[in-house]
Design a protein around this ligand. Structure first.
Ligand SMILES: Cc1ncc(COP(=O)(O)O)c(C=O)c1O
Length: 400
């Protein structure tokens, strides 16, 4: 071997290439371009450096008004909000809770926190959200067996609302409460109503990659004042109204900080612009990639408007010429973050012993699905960089 001819393994080549490539494009990074800083400094200067204060109250009020739900409690995370929602409707050890199968793990984790058993409902091909027909069948089956679930957790996947009309009808037949996990869907609509308006309670997340972020945070909403009062009590260690720190129930430390609520208020003011930008990004990708054989986009259901928190595509390798993982790694080699879609709950080692109704639809989506960078500050140049990598295919070996 000559002096300069050294063998470079494939992964080293990737690392080197990353090191010299352009700035990293993240999947959905925080974007703070409004009054966040001003409001944060206001909170700072007011010395309300705690888990209550004027910004927490105002953030709750502003989100209630925006969504059209009467009451809201600002919490430390979306997961905390889901946990409290289940506690408040009385879900406990031994109960069954039905849940969307294709979701982020937090929807299911919360069910296990209260000792309940999840049963997973597969996705509908047309929306990727919970299949209302499968839910209906499962509820009828539970009724026949005399063990109805205590609640149904319905997820609004990647910013698109589930089909609430048939879902609500199926649940109403047996009086089963719905908890809407709208963590990903702030700003989306279903038949003219905002995401977060469905079920007895709904949940938003403000973690760092969400359309509105407080770095970490969440919100529980309901038209039932009693529920939100309970959420406020349980999220502050369930302290009785006594001066001597008495606790008749077990509580949690789940309230949102006043500093973070200030950031959230600044973010919320720009929600409409953020949704418009996410939708424009989706449109850009559709125009650039929509005609390529072997690529499909997550469908937008005619019943509503997605916030397109993430733009998601399906790649059929036999038609496209490369599989999802090859494309993901090619993007990564160009310093571009993309991500497989959520691994369905029934395929998770932690949950594989639980019942699944269907499963094939979400399995297929998982194997082929890729979330593309969708940050609201992406420039046209950034979008073109992503598209250029994907358009490298079909690979020469596949060309006949
Ligand atoms: C569908 C879904 N549910 C729940 C959560 C949990 O929210 P958090 O991270 O704020 O706890 C998230 C996001 O993280 C989510 O995507």
């Amino acid at each position: 071997m000559e002096r300069h001819q050294i063998y470079i393994p494939n992964d080293i080549w990737l690392v080197n290439r990353m090191a010299r490539s352009n700035k990293r494009i993240y999947l959905s990074p925080p974007h703070l371009d409004g009054r966040e800083r001003e409001l944060l400094l206001q909170a700072f200067d007011s010395n309300w450096i705690t888990t209550l204060g004027p910004h927490v109250d105002a953030f709750e009020q502003e989100i209630s008004e925006k969504i059209g739900v009467k009451y809201a409690a600002a919490l430390a995370s979306g997961t905390a909000a889901l946990h409290l929602a289940l506690l408040i409707i009385g879900v406990k050890q031994g109960d069954v809770v039905l849940c969307s199968n294709l979701t982020f793990v937090a929807s299911t984790n919360a069910i296990t926190y209260v000792g309940a058993t999840p049963t997973f409902i597969d996705s509908d091909h047309a929306t990727w959200n919970m299949d209302p027909a499968l839910l209906n069948e499962e509820l009828d089956d539970c009724a026949r067996k005399g063990k109805l679930p205590k609640a149904v957790v319905v997820v609004d996947l990647y910013g698109q609302c589930a089909d609430y009309e048939p879902i609500s009808e199926a649940c109403a037949k047996y009086g089963i409460p719905i908890i809407e996990d709208a963590a990903e869907a702030l700003g989306a609509t279903y038949k003219g109503n905002s995401a977060g308006k469905f079920g007895v309670m709904s949940v938003f997340s403000f973690n760092g990659n969400k359309i509105v972020t407080t770095s970490g945070g969440g919100m529980l909403l309901s038209d039932n004042e009693g529920y939100i009062k309970q959420a406020r009590l349980l999220s502050t260690q369930a302290r009785d109204p006594a001066p001597h720190y008495q606790h008749s129930r077990i509580g949690y430390n789940y309230r949102l900080s006043n500093l973070l609520a200030a950031v959230g208020r600044g973010q919320l003011e720009r929600l409409d612009e953020k949704v418009a930008r996410k939708r424009a990004i989706n449109e850009f990708y559709r125009k650039a990639l929509g005609e390529i054989p072997g690529i499909e986009f997550m469908p937008e259901a005619s019943y509503g408007k997605s916030n397109f928190w993430l733009t998601v595509i399906l790649i059929s390798p036999e038609v496209f010429g490369a599989d999802r993982e090859t494309v993901r790694l090619a993007l990564e080699a160009e310093n571009i973050e993309s991500r497989p879609i959520w691994k369905p709950m029934h395929m998770q080692p932690a949950f594989k012993s639980f019942r699944i109704c269907g499963g094939k639809v979400s399995e297929d989506l998982f194997h082929r699905g890729l979330c593309l960078p969708s940050g609201t500050q992406m420039t046209e140049e950034d979008l073109k960089r992503v598209v250029k990598v994907i358009k490298r295919y079909p690979r020469p070996s596949k060309r006949k």
